[in-house]
Write a protein that binds this ligand. Structure first.
Ligand SMILES: CC(C)(COP(=O)(O)OP(=O)(O)OC[C@H]1O[C@@H](n2cnc3c(N)ncnc32)[C@H](O)[C@@H]1OP(=O)(O)O)[C@@H](O)C(=O)NCCC(=O)NCCS
Length: 191
């Protein structure tokens, strides 16, 4: 039997209860697929420059990426999971990902990464603006994000998306970051 998918069109976004996707000028954000492991590994997960300021290390081989895709697929069963693969509208190629990394008092903190080949073309600003709009449309009141102070590109994306800087935090023993200690900039966006 065919599912009756409830669609709500919201400017450039389409929110579907079964299979949500977000469309921007140049990109389509969609749910992950098993086949994404190869482009994810090739395009961003294996690149040390991409993971430089992330809490995870670059993947040594495709098996690591396949395992992550497997874990992410399982997480899709949890209604708190909000994650999209960023794909080029023209070719369908996956070039990055954006997701909710955790919730603070019920509101989402987001994270993102993009293939180095596509940096500095305004793409993550385009993605982040659409994603925050999507989250507000889902009913969240506030959205959080943090960026390491040295990560100029990410701090800039956040500013361009209208986030407000709230405070800095010095993380002395945050072992998940590669460079310890680190200073992170904390931002929030209110609807
Ligand atoms: C951070 C990241 C998502 C930015 O994506 P992007 O598509 O390049 O971002 P945009 O093009 O929308 O904006 C980047 C801005 O930073 C600026 N920028 C980047 N590096 C810069 C540098 N070294 N000095 C000055 N400005 C810089 C760009 O000029 C641009 O600003 P502008 O539009 O005012 O010119 C991308 O670099 C990335 O995936 N990095 C690795 C993962 C990561 O760090 N994720 C964030 C963790 S918090």
């Amino acid at each position: 039997m065919k599912h009756d998918i409830k669609k709500t069109t919201l400017n450039s976004q389409t929110i579907e209860s079964q299979n949500p996707c977000i469309e921007t000028d140049r990109l389509l954000l969609r749910k992950l697929k098993k086949e994404d492991a190869e482009p994810m590994f090739k395009n961003w997960a294996s690149d040390e420059e991409v993971t430089k300021y992330m809490t995870w290390i670059s993947h040594e081989n495709i098996e690591v990426t396949k395992k992550i895709i497997g874990l992410w697929s399982e997480e899709e069963n949890d209604p708190r999971t909000i994650r999209f693969m960023i794909t080029l509208k023209d070719s369908g190629e996956p070039i990055g990902a954006i997701d909710v990394v955790k919730y603070i008092d019920g509101n989402p903190e987001i994270g993102y990464c993009l293939s180095r080949k596509y940096w500095n073309q305004g793409l993550m600003t385009e993605v982040c603006k659409a994603f925050t709009k999507y989250l507000f449309a889902k009913g969240f009141q506030k959205i959080y994000i943090t960026a390491i102070d040295e990560n100029i590109g990410s701090n800039r994306v956040v500013e361009k998306c209208g986030f407000v800087f709230t405070h800095k935090e010095r993380l002395e023993h945050q072992s998940s970051f590669k460079h310890n200690p680190v200073t992170i900039h904390c931002y929030e966006l209110v609807q």
